[in-house]
Design a protein around this ligand. Structure first.
Ligand SMILES: *Cc1c(COP(=O)(O)O)cnc(C)c1O
Length: 388
């Protein structure tokens, strides 16, 4: 039976479709089967076929882990039942007395996990503006063990310089972890820029079809992999085989989907920027974005995520209630277009003062542009804006 293909030197599309997989050795089935089993029969006492219990090993999960590891140009993928489960397990690398520097623009659920759960365990956090390397550097303490950031941030689309953050982490003897959910490995590969850990909510672009919840961590270092693999099994927040299979199916079209998300995002951002009912557009692909140069240096494309300032809650509400193709929903990164109001939806738990300090006003609307025909999406936004 054919072995797994050697991926060295191949393009991201070929990697997306083939990495980590080979035809099933018993039947030749070209697609990885869903190994829906909790345990594995051992031929005799003291001998097994490499599989004992499904929290520890599952072939469907392993194929998906190898695939995403290759997409991130890493060597090991470790899959979890959600993005937050991946983050939670990563934090178990730390011990009481350790200090973490965290970007203040991280996903609300990450902030809640750090601020309300992990901080109770004797781990100390400093939340800083990670787009400012001086602020990152100044926050480092002798006991800093981890710098964690997200770029671009949700929903303000602020960028952090990953290569510079990696240098700061290295000098401090700390690990750098990057939540790459917003960019996807098609647009940005943090390990290539010096990060130690890259993490995804697979729920979003990596799976891309809004039909599962999952998370994954990718690393290059064997020792770090062993520690995380131990924690995956010891803490047990593993995904089920069906969700692994769905994610693996999703990654086969990552390059096609992301190219379409990028193209639609760019065209819609430019169109919104020229619309007189839209006060401001936050999109790293616009030359007026304050970090456009960094975006061009560190990203291949700028995704389908756009935030806009409508000026007031009333105007934002009229807009999001008027769309027909865009669906009013939380989440992002699926093939279908979504629209959301961060202040009342994803970021409702953040106090108003803190929200406004970030620019996250009651007039802010966030779009996740899907891969529908762009003229239909623009026509939908046009008719909804006309009613504002
Ligand atoms: C959704 C999201 C998460 C959390 O992932 P879940 O799969 O919902 O647990 C983490 N980071 C970012 C940037 C996200 O968008």
């Amino acid at each position: 039976m054919k072995d797994e293909m050697n991926m060295a030197g191949l393009g991201l599309g070929t990697i997306a479709i083939h990495a980590g997989q080979r035809p099933d050795p018993t039947t030749g089935a070209i697609m990885m089967p869903v190994y829906q089993t909790s345990t594995y029969v051992q031929p005799e006492l003291g001998r097994h076929l490499g599989y004992e219990y499904a929290r520890t090993h599952n072939p469907t999960r392993e194929a998906y882990e190898r695939n995403v590891a290759a997409l991130e140009n890493g060597t090991h993928g470790i899959a979890f039942s959600s993005g937050l489960a991946a983050t939670d397990t990563m934090m178990k690398l730390l011990s009481a007395g350790d200090h973490v520097v965290c970007g203040e623009g991280v996903y609300g659920g990450t902030y809640r996990l750090f601020n309300q759960v992990i901080s109770r365990l004797g781990i100390e956090f400093s939340f800083v503006d990670s787009s400012d390397p001086a602020a990152l550097r100044a926050a480092v303490k002798p006991n800093t063990r981890l710098i964690h950031l997200e770029t671009p941030t949700n929903p303000m689309m602020r960028l952090s310089d990953i290569a510079e953050a990696a240098e700061i982490a290295k000098a401090a003897g700390a690990l750098l972890s990057v939540d790459n959910t917003f960019a996807s490995p098609y647009n940005q590969r943090p390990l290539e820029l010096g990060a130690d850990i890259v993490l995804h909510s697979v729920t979003k672009y990596v799976n891309g079809h809004s039909d599962m919840v999952g998370g994954i961590i990718v690393v290059r270092d064997d020792e770090l992999h062993e520690r995380l693999r131990f924690l995956q099994n010891a803490a047990g927040a593993v995904p089920g085989p069906w969700d692994c299979w769905l994610a693996l199916r999703g990654t086969k079209t990552l390059h096609l989907r992301m190219a379409a998300h990028n193209a639609n995002g760019q065209q819609i951002a430019e169109w919104l920027d020229a619309h007189d009912k839209v006060q401001q557009v936050y999109y790293p692909g616009l030359p007026a974005h304050p970090q456009h140069e960094l975006a061009r240096r560190q990203m291949r494309g700028f995704t389908g995520m756009i935030s806009i300032e409508m000026g007031s809650l009333e105007r934002a509400a009229a807009f999001v209630n008027g769309v027909r193709i865009f669906a009013l929903a939380e989440s992002l990164g699926g093939v279908e277009s979504l629209i959301g109001h961060p202040a009342m939806m994803t970021h409702a738990s953040i106090p108003r003062d803190r929200r406004y300090a970030m620019g996250l006003t009651d007039g802010l609307v966030r779009l996740s542009c899907g891969v529908e025909d762009v003229q239909d999406l623009i026509a939908d936004l046009e008719q909804a804006l006309a009613a504002v």
